[in-house]
Design a protein around this ligand. Structure first.
Ligand SMILES: [Zn+2]
Length: 260
């Protein structure tokens, strides 16, 4: 998948999108416009930059908009959970060229191969608008996405218990060719900090810190931590370490009781 980068200028920072469940399709409502044009229109609106994540031109070239991991600005109420794709053209009246349609399908397939089966929607399915136009080849694109979804159904998603930092969590795992893959979403739910590192261009997973890791954070456990810290002079790192152990909370309570 060849995605061009225009190194678009921007006017602010992106924020990280914590979930992705939809792809939303748009048209530019302009017969001819480059990704730079769309970017400057959106900056004029006071946005940080182009609202879409991808821009597909009539000639079949695909351009990167804002980073795929960022919250978009393209569909009210859906920006925090969707990837926005815009197609050059005014499809209230025009007809989409074959090269553009083919590129759009390839892009959708590429995104779904990385995120799993996302819900494919048009802008007008979620907001009051004509976008992406009555001539947009929706039936064709939709049919394609459904056949892709069938392929995804072959995957088995199972809930499995996994020890993460010594504690048991029930995670969604995908089993493919006898290899288990834990969904990043499950890691995030278990308290791991899962972000996209924009500099290195790869996902970054950080083990949680002790305080956020204690899921209940009960007063009892906190009191035991305070006691151990005060009387035994244990360093914070040592207590962190004990709490990461599966039975760490019980252990720290026992130590505190002995000290008392
Ligand atoms: Zn739209």
């Amino acid at each position: 998948m060849n995605i061009h980068d225009a190194n678009l200028k921007r006017n602010g920072n992106w924020s990280y999108r914590s979930s992705t469940s939809e792809i939303i399709l748009h048209h530019a409502e302009a017969s001819r416009a480059s990704v730079e044009d769309v970017n400057s229109w959106h900056i004029e609106r006071g946005w940080a930059g182009i609202g879409y994540h991808y821009y597909v031109r009539k000639d079949g070239t695909i351009w990167r908009g804002r980073p795929e991991w960022a919250v978009g600005a393209h569909a009210v109420g859906h920006n925090d959970k969707s990837i926005g794709i815009c197609c050059e053209g005014a499809y209230m009246t025009e007809t989409m060229p074959a090269a553009q349609l083919s590129a759009l399908k390839g892009l959708i397939c590429d995104i779904m191969s990385r995120y799993g089966n996302l819900e494919l929607l048009r802008h007008k399915d979620v907001n009051s608008t004509d976008c992406p136009g009555v001539n947009f080849p929706w039936a064709e694109v939709q049919k394609y996405a459904q056949s892709d979804a069938k392929k995804e159904d072959g995957e088995v998603v199972e809930k499995k218990n996994v020890l993460l930092n010594g504690k048991t969590y029930t995670c969604e795992c995908i089993c493919r060719d006898d290899v288990n893959y834990i969904k990043m979403r499950s890691l995030a739910q278990a308290g791991f900090n899962v972000v996209y590192d924009a500099v290195r261009q790869m996902p970054s997973i950080t083990a949680p810190q002790c305080r956020t890791f204690v899921p209940d954070g009960t007063a009892e456990v906190q009191e035991a931590i305070d006691t151990v810290q005060e009387y035994a002079g244990l360093e914070e790192q040592t207590i962190d370490y004990l709490l990461r152990y599966q039975y760490g909370e019980e252990l720290i309570k026992k130590i505190a009781a002995h000290i008392k």
